[in-house]
Design a protein around this ligand. Structure first.
Ligand code: SAM
Length: 280
C-alpha cells in the first residue's frame, strides 16, 4: 500500500519498529494519515512557519505537518524507540525535520525556532495541561508562538473554552482566554486512536492575541484566580481574604460583588480586580 509521502502506512511502521504502545508514556497513536493531515490544516497556514511538535511517536502527525508544507518541524519525543521511524521521515523531507530525544518538560525547545512558530501536538494526556500552562505563562507565552493546536481529553478541552457561570469555568479558561482565542475545532471518539483511550478527545486551536485581552499583572491575576477557584464554593470575600485584608474594597472597586463566587466573575472582572490589587 502506498501513502502520500511514499512512506509505509503507520500500522506497518509500528510493527516494523516494535513500537508497542506504552501506557506510562500516554501512547495512543493516530494511524489515519488523512486525519493527521486534517489536524495539521486546522493549525492554519504552515508554509511560512516553524512548528514545534511534542510527542511525535511513530510520526503520523509529523507526516501531516510536513505534507501540509511546514517550513521546519522540531519534534521532541521521550521514547527512544520512535527515533528510527522519525529518521525515515526526515530522509523524505531533507532539512525540514529535526528530532530531539528528550522529555519535553525538561527543555525549552522554542528557543531553537524562528518566528512565526506554531505548536501542534497530540499531547500525552498526563503532561498536556502542564505544558499548556507553561506556554500560557512567562517566559514562553506569546509572542514566543503564534498559535497552539493541541489534542486534549474532551473534558479538558471543555474547561479551556468554558464561559463564566459554567461549572467547568476556572483557571484554565481564564489563562487561555486572557492571552488567546481558544476554539474547540475537532472532536474525536476513542476509536480514532490505537489503542483507544477510555475517554473522548478534542483538538483546541488557540490563536495568540497581539496583547492580553485586558490589562493585568500576570502574577497577581494568577494568584487571585488560583485562590478564588481553589475554594470555588466560597464567596470571594472569604476565598480571597488571604490575598489582602481589604479585599472587599478592591472587589467593589472592580465592580464585583464580594458575595459572588469565583465562577460568576468574567475574565474582564478578574483583570479589573488584579489591577485594583496592584494599585496598593
Ligand atoms: N503524535 C503521535 C500521534 O498522534 O500518533 C503520538 C501521540 S501519543 C498520545 C503521545 C506521545 O508523546 C507518545 O509518543 C509519547 O511517547 C510521547 N511523550 C510522552 N511523554 C512525553 C514527554 N514528557 N516528552 C516528550 N514526549 C512524550
Amino acid at each position: 500500500m502506498t501513502t502520500f509521502d511514499g512512506l509505509p502506512p503507520l500500522r506497518d511502521v509500528i510493527q516494523t519498529h516494535g513500537l508497542v504502545a506504552k501506557k506510562s508514556l500516554g501512547q495512543n497513536f493516530l494511524l489515519d494519515l488523512n486525519l493527521t493531515s486534517k489536524i495539521a490544516r486546522l493549525a492554519g497556514d504552515l508554509t511560512k512557519c516553524d512548528v514545534l511538535e511534542v510527542g511525535p511517536g511513530p510520526g503520523g502527525l509529523t507526516r501531516g505537518l510536513l505534507a501540509e508544507g511546514a517550513r521546519k518541524v522540531l519534534a521532541v519525543e521521550k521514547d527512544s524507540r520512535a527515533m528510527g521511524p522519525l529518521s525515515e521521515i526526515s530522509d523524505v523531507y531533507p532539512g525540514r525535520l529535526e528530532v530531539i530525544n528528550a522529555d519535553a518538560l525538561d527543555i525549552n525547545p522554542l528557543e531553537q525556532l524562528t518566528a512565526p512558530v506554531r505548536i501542534v501536538s497530540n499531547l500525552p494526556y498526563n503532561v498536556g495541561t502542564e505544558l499548556l500552562i507553561r506556554w500560557l505563562t512567562p517566559p514562553t507565552w506569546p509572542p514566543y508562538w503564534a498559535s497552539l493546536t493541541l489534542m486534549f481529553q474532551r473534558e479538558v478541552a471543555n474547561r479551556i473554552v468554558a464561559k463564566p457561570g459554567n461549572k467547568t469555568y476556572g483557571r484554565l479558561a481564564i489563562l487561555s482566554q486572557w492571552r488567546t482565542t481558544p476554539r474547540l475545532v475537532l472532536e474525536l471518539p476513542p476509536e480514532a486512536f490505537s489503542p483507544p483511550p477510555k475517554v473522548h478527545s478534542a483538538v483546541v486551536h488557540f490563536e495568540a492575541l497581539e496583547k492580553p485581552r485586558f490589562e493585568a499583572d500576570a502574577k497577581v491575576l494568577e494568584r487571585i484566580v488560583a485562590a478564588g477557584f481553589n475554594q470555588r464554593r466560597k464567596m470571594l470575600r472569604a476565598s480571597l481574604k488571604g490575598v489582602k485584608p481589604e479585599i472587599e474594597d478592591d472587589l467593589r472597586a472592580a465592580g464585583i460583588k464580594p458575595t459572588d463566587r469565583a465562577e460568576q466573575v468574567s475574565l474582564e472582572g478578574w483583570c479589573a480586580l488584579a489591577r485594583e490589587i496592584a494599585k496598593t
